[in-house]
Design a protein around this ligand. Structure first.
Ligand code: GCO
Length: 451
């Protein structure tokens, strides 16, 4: 069986992780530029200052995508490259870079899917309180307007935010501050609310100012659970319940970030649990947040597998010895693409796009000059087969973006983790297509028939 006609096969990246040129052509500083300057926060004090140097090598990269048959490319725009202060004055050279990149993609018949914000928050706005500032959602909307004015004539597909759970929990606060001071949980919830409001205002800005009918979505993440034994109904029930659960003192869950968007309200269970830590908000806020979007993007990598005991308690099951783990010590769990797509589709009735999925591996160049990565091929084969099962059962999955097109700066792990289908030599910046890249090319060519 093939995937549905029109299913889109893609790859993902993000600006800070691949572009480099961190201090070039008028770009403003982002919180990640600052974070990388603080000793001890990133593996071996590495930085994204040059990384893959995609800023200068984008033509070569687009050419490689073309050679691999990539149909859609999920990239992000660096907010401070376009608006160095976050708001106000526009940087024409920054705007121009994305114009050239978009044109290059279109010239090669690759459709851009643009993430508006993938963590590289403008330092100037961070100094004003960032997402805690009551104006933060208006700042974001102003930036989105600039994107619409400059790119929406050619770009149709937008993703507002990447993994708000992660940047609210780690990126924006905890890891950025060498003092190690953690914000109060009430502040985390307030930031989360402002982030959701920013998403809503972004959607409204797209609808109002896009020069063509746009397709807009969102790419959250969250803890995921799958049944230990798929044939045992109580295991399935336990995993589903946990996937839709909210735990105390953390916003790293799915539904806190999805119910408000799709149902116009925070989940009741969470409101009760968070109690006095909840921010104040209005009905008008919830209306903005729930502005209709076109699909739900899911970043899915791993999951815990759970069962249920006789009393109905959910129990996390241990992995069998020798289980297939990734280089980031997370267990591979292909079932997650099946159950995750299915459950979120059932709950929200919106088309699903897998906005991220992929594997960190220990890749190196062999004596023959090639990069052999059978583990990644096996990882992707298992995960895509599981996704295929969901599609076969009627889950409306519209596309799949592999993370990542090429090896890149993996945030606090620096360059120590390689996720790419394309290997990058960080000394020469040479690119080498890995075996998995050629394999993925065949998957795309056959629309998944070879799986
Ligand atoms: C995330 C981000 C990506 C990561 C990828 C691998 O999920 O953390 O969206 O930027 O690089 O997920 O960890």
């Amino acid at each position: 069986m093939e995937f549905s006609k029109g299913f889109k096969w893609g790859v993902s990246t993000s600006a800070y992780q691949i572009e480099g040129a961190a201090l070039e052509d008028g770009k403003g500083l982002s919180i990640w530029d600052m974070k990388c300057r603080q000793p001890g926060l990133v593996f071996e004090n590495q930085t994204g200052e040059i990384t893959c140097d995609h800023y200068h090598r984008y033509k070569e990269d687009v050419k490689i995508m073309k050679d691999l048959g990539i149909q859609v490319y999920r990239m992000s725009i660096s907010w401070p490259r376009v608006l160095p202060q976050g708001v106000g004055e526009i940087n024409p050279k920054g705007v121009d870079f994305y114009n050239r990149l978009i044109d290059e993609l279109l010239k090669h018949n690759i459709e851009p899917f643009i993430t508006m914000f993938h963590w590289d928050y403008p330092q100037k706005l961070y100094e004003k309180g960032g997402w805690l500032n009551p104006d933060s959602s208006n700042w974001f909307a102003e930036y989105v307007r600039v994107l619409m004015d400059n790119y929406s004539d050619r770009v149709k597909n937008w993703i507002t935010l990447n993994e708000p759970q992660a940047f609210v929990r780690w990126g924006h606060y905890e890891l950025n501050d060498a003092s190690g001071i953690k914000p109060a949980f009430s502040e985390t919830l307030l930031a989360a609310h402002n982030v959701l409001l920013s998403h809503g205002k972004a959607v409204q800005t797209v609808r109002q100012y896009s020069k063509q009918d746009a397709i807009v979505g969102y790419a959250p993440v969250g803890d995921l659970y799958v049944p230990y034994d798929e044939d045992v109904a109580t295991d399935v029930e336990a995993a589903k319940k946990e996937t839709f659960s909210i735990k105390p003192l953390t916003v790293f869950n799915s539904i806190w970030w999805m119910d408000p968007i799709f149902n116009g309200n925070y989940p009741e269970e969470g409101r009760k649990l968070y109690g006095e830590d909840m921010p104040e908000y209005s009905d008008e806020d919830m209306k903005i947040i729930s502005s209709p979007i076109d699909y739900l993007g899911l970043n899915m990598y791993s999951a815990k597998h759970v069962s249920q005991d006789k009393d109905g308690n959910v129990i996390e099951m241990p992995r069998e010895p020798g289980h297939f783990y990734t280089h980031m010590d997370s267990p591979t769990e292909p079932k997650v693409l099946y159950w995750g797509s299915k459950w979120f589709y059932d709950r929200y009735k919106k088309p699903i796009i897998i906005t991220e999925n992929g594997m960190p591996n220990m890749d190196c160049v062999s004596a023959d000059g090639c990069v052999h990565d059978p583990q990644r091929i096996e990882f992707l084969r298992r995960y895509l087969t599981s996704l295929k099962k969901a599609c076969k059962e009627g889950v409306d999955v519209r596309g799949y973006f592999q993370w990542s097109f090429m090896d890149n700066f993996e945030w606090s792990h620096g360059f120590s983790k390689r996720f790419g289908l394309v290997y990058v030599d960080y000394t020469t910046r040479q690119r080498i297509i890995k075996d998995s890249g050629y394999w993925y090319k065949d998957v795309i060519r056959t629309n998944g028939k070879i799986l």
